[in-house]
Design a protein around this ligand. Structure first.
Ligand code: F6R
Length: 324
């Protein structure tokens, strides 16, 4: 594909990145607790992992930023599995955080033979291919697809998912690349970027599993477009932050097929005369909607950045990974 920037190329590679993971069977056993350590976009992927491990596999799961865990380590039981998730495998804080851990250590990384693998008992590669743009896109998708597969596998092994449910979830995952391709071929996000060209502050709301996508979308918009974007859980937004809104601050809301929870917040925002733009991901079951919602927000970040003349593959002040 002939595209002007690595970020756009990598966004478009995501359907294939998922396809490559579909036939893998990954098993880490059945722990009584899972701890996840990560930074930045990988931390947001970790929040998706937490949701899936708890809601699908029913394993208590904690996520902590690697740097925070250095001073406040997560509690471990004898049968805890700690997952360090890092695209590069070279993030200093995540490597240091994993080294502190006593329990079984699993590294999830895209960096073949990267430093993190030396401190892990077991490494799972995300196989997304090299990611050149500083803003992580396809590596995020490759991380979350692994979390879906791991959570489904654990849930099947510990009988929280029946054979039929397990097969049906895997089948839903198989539909995602095609749905993503449809979204990638639409022009609506370019039009949305044009309407947001002058916007300096933006709120992104999600609910349930998409709260992590609201955070990830806000991170993409901050780093690629220098917009002050904040992600919130929709219900929580009503408890104070809604006071921020005025005519200058639009809200993006991730709306899924089960939109009752977020709808209440959208209605309240509109009742105050403020503007809500709905990002709809209704063509797949809510559980799988993060794959579409995140692509929409990645595309928005990309197009907004290029409209603003930002060197999107190399935004100011940041490096691809913090190795010191
Ligand atoms: C965001 C981004 C950073 C990284 C973070 C962790 O687009 O690229 O937030 O996600 O620095 O990097 P890894 O995953 O290599 O540990």
């Amino acid at each position: 594909m002939n595209v002007p920037h690595f970020m756009l190329k990598e966004i478009h590679q995501q359907p294939d990145v998922i396809r490559h993971q579909l036939d893998r069977t990954i098993s880490i056993g059945i722990p009584d607790r899972i701890n996840i350590l990560a930074c930045g976009t990988s931390l947001n992927a970790g929040l998706i992992g937490q949701f899936l491990f708890e809601q699908i596999a029913q394993i208590p799961t904690q996520v902590r930023s690697s740097s925070e865990s250095l001073s406040a380590p997560l509690l471990e039981t004898p049968n805890t599995i700690t997952i360090a998730i890092t695209q590069s495998g070279e993030t200093a804080d995540t490597i240091a955080a994993l080294q502190q851990v006593q329990s079984k250590r699993v590294a999830i990384t895209n960096g073949i033979d990267s430093t993190i693998t030396r401190f892990a008992d077991h490494t799972i590669y995300t196989n997304a291919g090299e990611e050149k743009s500083v803003a992580a896109t396809k590596t995020f998708t490759s991380q979350i697809v692994l979390f879906y597969k791991l959570a489904f596998q654990i849930a099947h092994e510990n009988q929280k998912l029946s054979d039929r449910e397990f097969a049906s979830h895997l089948e839903s995952l198989k539909q995602i690349p095609q749905q993503m391709e449809k979204l990638l071929n639409e022009n609506t996000i370019v039009e949305l970027a044009q309407t947001l060209k002058e916007t300096r502050d933006l709120i992104i709301l999600g609910s349930g599993i998409n709260t992590a996508i609201a955070l990830e979308g806000a991170l993409k918009l901050k780093e690629a477009t220098y917009t002050h974007a904040e992600g919130y859980a929709a219900g929580e937004f009503l408890h104070g932050p809604i006071a921020l809104l005025d005519a200058e601050i639009p809200t993006l809301a991730i709306v899924t097929e089960d939109d009752s929870r977020i709808q209440k917040t959208i209605d309240r925002i509109r009742a105050h005369g403020n503007h809500v733009i709905e990002i709809t991901a209704k063509s797949v079951p809510e559980l799988f909607s993060p794959f579409l919602a995140v692509v929409a927000l990645q595309l928005l970040a990309y197009h907004l950045a290029t409209l603003r003349g930002i060197d999107v593959d190399r935004p100011r002040n940041i490096a691809k990974s913090l190795t010191t």
